[in-house]
Write a protein that binds this ligand. Structure first.
Ligand code: ZN
Length: 192
């Protein structure tokens, strides 16, 4: 296992749509050990998720995990470690919520954007088994953020009001209290 270097905003690898993996490829030692690296890199950086293009591999794999007390996102409900391969996201209904997001590839910046509040996610796990699940609320936002990376998109693309961009220090100082109050209601409403 190894901690990989994380690509930052402006690196072309973040803008290329990633390719699907075949189940045979996925089961190979190369990609299994890559998944271990992706998990280790996410955990080392205190990320809530990490997508393969963020570590310079243009394939459709992402990992998501939120532990109870993530220092970057203390208000996020826990998500058990999930490996998603070749995911497809479909919005269920048209409810949205406001999310203040950050990204390991966009150092020291957060911005406000809208996410679907209810989605369907179809994906393969690391063993190649198919899953078809629904996610809601803040957890749904995390899945949308990571899957965006696989399409060459970054959260900044969805920020409609650039005046909401904030360094993490200024976010803590000026935006955190109001956002946490609002997002706590989202978590209560959707249960995740
Ligand atoms: Zn990201």
């Amino acid at each position: 296992m190894a901690i990989r270097k994380i690509a930052t905003l402006g690196d072309p690898v973040l803008r290329v749509p990633a390719r699907d993996l075949t189940v045979d490829e996925l089961k190979s030692p190369k990609w299994q050990s890559f998944i271990d690296d992706l998990i280790e890199t996410m955990q080392d950086a205190d990320g809530a998720g990490l997508a393969a293009p963020q570590v310079f591999e243009s394939v459709r794999i992402a990992v998501i995990e939120v532990k109870g007390n993530n220092p970057r996102y203390p208000y996020k409900p826990p998500i058990a470690l999930t490996v998603i391969v070749n995911p497809k996201i479909t919005a269920v209904g048209n409810e949205t919520f406001d999310n203040y997001e950050g990204c390991l590839s966009v150092p020291d910046m957060r911005g406000l954007l809208k996410r679907h509040a209810h989605i369907r996610v179809q994906y393969l796990d690391r063993e190649g088994r198919a899953h078809d699940v629904e996610k809601k609320g803040v957890t749904a936002g995390t899945f949308q953020h990571e899957c965006d990376h696989l399409d060459g998109k970054i959260f900044v693309d969805h920020v409609t009001d650039p005046s909401t961009f904030s360094t993490w220090k200024n976010w803590e100082r000026h935006h955190r209290a109001r956002f946490v109050e609002q997002i706590t209601k989202v978590v209560a409403q959707y249960g995740e």
